[in-house]
Design a protein around this ligand. Structure first.
Ligand code: PMP
Length: 355
């Protein structure tokens, strides 16, 4: 080992879902939205004055902060923005989880949480979801250095009713509680309505899913002005210009088109509800998802086997080789046509196997 090698920070990185390129793929592996962003977004990008790129962007991304505050009926001082919710969550971990006590998040959840915890040297504990993959609020009554969970949870899609989120908050008034609402627009009720009552609540959201803008990298957090100020101080100590100009401009445009937003979200919800019964007819079971994906398992066929069969047909879904969930596949809700192609293929594949 070279002398300098012993000082290298070694981390086990998060592994994002594959991003296969090419035509004719059905890509249902990273929970993207199958519909394009609002028309105003593409117009704003086409019409953007390229000369503005010469200058640094507004470090506060004020236009986007104000757009979000207006859309959600909050004050600008309650809004933080970042480069996707991954950036916002990483910043929140760094800002709030410094007590030295273990933070808590479910055993089955967004697999980036343990990676940030390790990166920032935050100890953590992972209370197990119950047998039906539900969060048990009582597991979060123990002493801790903070709490974080997605709602709806990923990769299960299960929504934790707001009463239970409140129960977790009531038992955790001395630490910051982060509710990661990446998928909230597809079902469930946002914890945003609890912000007035809990100064220690941070609600995180993204434009990657319901607003079809994963490629733009826009995430945000809502919280009390004290929490937001603390995050801003960390952000400005790290990188002044996290949000680039095209992202800010197009994010503002996306917020203006409420009709398009509700229409595309509605289409995905309809397709998801149909998918629940179609997969069931094919012999799959899945928790009741409130997100833009289903977490399916088959009565007879191994998840790995189904994954490979789909892959050979250029259909990509996500498999997590982790305890308790290795027999499940997470399938993003695509367009009706994409989903029909998946059901058709699975129906004929399963019949061939049973002969
Ligand atoms: N939270 C959860 C639960 C997610 O599944 C994802 C998507 N990988 C994110 C946050 C991050 O999404 P983004 O950085 O695109 O906003």
């Amino acid at each position: 080992m070279k002398p300098w090698e012993k000082n290298i920070r070694t981390v086990v990185p998060y592994v994002p879902g594959e991003q296969p390129q090419g035509r004719g793929l059905i890509k249902l592996n990273t929970n993207e939205n199958p519909y394009p962003p609002a028309p105003g977004v593409l117009r704003a990008l086409r019409e953007m004055d390229g000369r503005l790129l010469r200058k640094y962007p507004d470090p506060a991304a004020s236009a986007l902060v104000e757009g979000l505050a207006e859309f959600y009926g909050l004050c600008s001082s309650q809004v933080f923005v970042g480069v996707g919710s991954d950036d916002v969550l990483a910043m929140a971990f760094m800002t709030f989880f410094n007590s030295g006590k273990p933070i808590l998040f479910p055993d089955i959840t967004y697999s980036f949480y343990p990676v940030w915890a390790d990166l920032f040297q935050i100890p953590y504990k992972t209370p197990a979801l119950d047998g039906e993959f539900r969060i048990r609020p009582a597991d979060y009554y123990q002493e801790n250095g903070g709490v974080v969970f997605p709602n709806p949870n990923a990769p299960t899609g299960i929504f934790l009713p707001l009463k239970q989120v409140e129960d977790i908050l009531d038992h955790n008034q001395d630490v910051v509680v982060i509710v990661d609402e990446a998928y909230i627009d597809f079902g469930g009720v946002s914890a945003r309505t609890l912000l007035d009552r809990y100064e220690n609540l941070l609600v995180v959201g993204t434009f990657s899913k319901s607003r079809s803008m994963a490629g733009m990298r826009i995430g945000y957090a809502f919280g009390s002005p004290a929490l937001i100020k603390a995050m801003e101080n960390v952000k400005y100590s790290y990188n002044s210009y996290t949000m680039n100009l095209p992202s800010v401009l197009s994010g503002v445009e996306a917020l203006k088109d409420k009709e398009y937003f509700y229409e595309t979200v509605g289409k995905i919800v309809n397709t998801r509800e149909r998918a629940k019964s179609r997969f069931k007819e094919l012999g799959f079971k899945c928790p009741d998802s409130s997100a833009n994906f289903l977490f399916i398992t088959h009565e007879e066929r191994k998840a790995e086997e189904i994954l490979q069969a789909l892959r050979e047909k250029n259909i990509y879904v996500r498999h997590f080789n982790a305890p308790r969930i290795s027999e499940y596949l997470r399938v993003t809700i695509g367009t009706d046509d994409e989903m029909e192609a998946v059901y058709d293929f699975l129906a004929s594949w399963l019949v061939t196997l049973s002969r």
